[in-house]
Ligand binder design. Sequence first.
Ligand SMILES: Cc1cc2nc3c(=O)[nH]c(=O)nc-3n(C[C@H](O)[C@H](O)[C@H](O)COP(=O)(O)O)c2cc1C
Length: 355
Amino acid sequence: MVISSLAVPVVGAPMAGGPSTPELAVAVSEAGGLGFLAGGYLTAGQLAGQIADVWNASSCAWGVNLFVPESANTFTSSYAAGPARLDGDLRARAVSKYRECLLGDADRLGVELPEPVAGDTDGWDRKLDLVLREKVPVVSFTFGLPSPAVLSELRRAGIETVVTVSDVEEAEAAMEAGADALVVQGPDGGGHRGTLDQTKEASAEDLVDLVAAVREGTSIPVIAAGGISTPVRARQVRDAGATAVQVGTALLLTPEAGTGLAYRRALKDPAHTRTAVTRAFSGRLARALETDFVRQHDDLAPAAYPEVHQLTSPLRRASAAADDPRLMALWAGTGWQVAADVPAAAVVRHIAGED
Ligand SMILES: Cc1cc2nc3c(=O)[nH]c(=O)nc-3n(C[C@H](O)[C@H](O)[C@H](O)COP(=O)(O)O)c2cc1C
């Protein structure tokens, strides 16, 4: 098993949207940790190119992360009647109302907002075929629970599977479905919270308690994620039972990461004093630097991923192209202020307490 026998128990988080690169995945794995490519948002062809780059650069184990679309998510939530749940027409209407709220920003930036496509699968079938064909050593999933059939097909191909969960109920479901390992994601992490049901309010339980609670019910490897930016915190979650820790934000400023310049500047800008969890950018809960856009749109965005992601995408792109972070999704965990512009291997060693 790859995860239970890492030389250094640090996983480089998959970070879709640019920060994850083949160079970053290789650097983390070559440092003894486990590097990841982020398959989300890429076309299958783009992901194939990145996979080839990693195979060519390293013989260490590494992984690919995929977003599970709603149509392939087999998780049945006990939160079925939660307040954020929107079905059918209600969902379409809430999305169209949010679209209207964004028109002013779109005008200002000179971009068109798309008509969202609710059933978009992010190329799920093609990406699954790709990771199977390429025999990627580890495949992790977020946003949903793949079927037992998918997980066992990957396992038969010799691929280790990891499912991202955010509470004990989800962990139990993932184990039952046949996951080889879990990413247990706490409330402090940067980027999306990988809840298996996008409409529920994610657990606010501290990561240490969450890991201990999940650990009680399982013997499979647990990777703890969310707000881990110091060796002390890494040690705490490992003492609670985590096999390894997964760090994202701590790697954002490394030279190997593909983090854009405006995003890098924002992470270092003392004008940003806090992060916030918001649905404003994608419809899913995610932690980002708190900006005016977040403050103004947080209450308005419906729990409708991927439609909200599609709606804000041209705004985020135009903002990044103008080198202006104001409408960008500046994903960051609570430990963002200690992220440093140092090689990824140094971050891996530091988090592991080896420097
Ligand atoms: C910029 C960014 C992008 C992310 N993209 C993904 C992703 O594509 N897939 C995924 O499973 N997690 C993603 N995450 C969440 C990470 O896997 C991880 O849970 C999180 O980074 C841990 O918290 P930290 O950022 O405080 O270290 C992302 C996080 C960030 C900061």
